[in-house]
Unconditional design. Sequence first.
Lengths: 330, 258
Amino acid sequence: MSGVWVVLEERAGRIAPLSWEALAAGRELGAITCLPVHAILIGADTAKLAGELAERGVEQAIRVEHPLLAAYTADGFALALEQFLRTADPGYVVFPHTYQVRDYAPALAAKMGQMLLGDVVEICRRGPDQVGPTFVRQMLQGRLDGHYLHAGGGPCFLSVQAGAFRAQESPAQTDTSVETFTPALEATQIRTRPGQPFRASAQTVDLGSAERIVSVGRGIRDAANIPMAQELASALDAELAASRPVCDSGWLPADRQVGSSGQTVAPKLYVALGISGAIQHQVGMKASRCIVAVNKDPDAPIFEIADYGIVGDLFEVVPALTEAVKARKN
Amino acid sequence: MPMKIVVAIKQVPESGSPFRIDGSGRWIEEIDLNYTLNESDAYALEQALQLKEQHGGEVVALSAGPDRVQSVLRDALAKGADRAMHIRCGDGPDRDALGTARLLAAAIRPESPDLVLTGLQSDDVGHGQTGVLLAELLGMPHASLILQVEKSETGLNVKRELEEGWLQMIELPMPAVLTIQSGGNKLRYATLMGIKRAKTKEMRSIDAPELGVDTAAVAVLDHVSTIRKQKSGQILTGTPAQAAAALVEKLQFEARVL
């Protein structure tokens, strides 16, 4: 075993912030297992990205580079990283839990007889007589934590959830030793042809700049009930938003969706109505300053991150809340 | 050109079910649960049925689990799948996503499908990778988080969801594996005629050991626990009017967000 390797992801010419959280997780893992921590960059030319490593205290990094890695493809990334990892013989390979990682990391893991421990939120040391740490990940849409061990030989692949580990700057510049690895790739091995990313439609609602947001989930039950939530939003001078199922059902347009596949928001006040609080929703709103949850299920995970909660029927609570807000104004 | 499509679907506990940790500490009490079809798998099935309607061919529904999973397979037949395959095995914590993908791959291989569809993630364990693992095991190209599938001259043209509202088109040859995101299509209901017809359709059961694959877990679930509170939130009680008034008071004077 030659250490912990953290795969950093590029976004718009920079190392994506979530990658630094993955690096922080890698360092926790390194401290627990007494293994050195290294970074991996992957692409056609990662020289500029490598320049960001020193201020993050990365001591050793590898640039996995090939012209065929210019555009992301699952085949290209999985093949290239497999070739490198077979030479490095890592103990652990850590990724940020992004859509890109979800697309290729399981295939890479499977090439090496492994799977990906995805969406890890915590890494725990175990007793002195036990081998390896435990990895905590959420199950049943956030209702329970599952504590996992990695069995058998071969590297352990894991990805870390956004917001679970704190990214750190290094107090002093580090001398980063960087090497380049050139995988053997041929164009015919890359079976998919990716197009340029585009937006579905002009984003007309910028939820990111809203001070207050009222957000509705599956609990709203029907499009006919949206006006009830809109009334509360108007009373609070808030934007109306929704979780994915509401937008999937066409009850609100997709540009009002909050969560991993929609917008990420951090308003002063976020009121979640009938939203259970699955991970995919939480990552889009948990940085809000004050979170209010109204849900009939007292065990809904949204209450775990809420500052204030009302357990009850939202069809009774929301009109009462609208009245109370209006009464305060007068 | 007609297409042969295998759609891998999973039965999961309903999201509103009470989840109690069982005596082993590794799983939930199944006696409490109602089961349903995993949401993104419902969209995978819908996509398969629409492709068959457009291009002809066959849709085979496949599921691994105990006998109760036959109910989601029967429902798939009622909605229009042509036949079903049931891999009979446990559904507890002892098998990981790689084990499941190996079972599914072993059942899919002799079918030689043009296309394999599955949902992007299960709503229970949620490893979110069975489809991608399947592609690797079957030696097929894949695309994940797919909202729309169109057949092209040379293969498929699919719309992939990226983060923060971005999308991307991807071309890939067949045979291929796609993992389907929810929301891309409108789901159909089974008709009475469909339910009646489903009774005459083939439902083949295979005992997992017959597939001869190694399903020992590499990601071993040691135990489960209730989630830790990340904030010490206050629950406001009373009648709706009392709770609402108390909340507004707190928002104004404690949190100062009004």
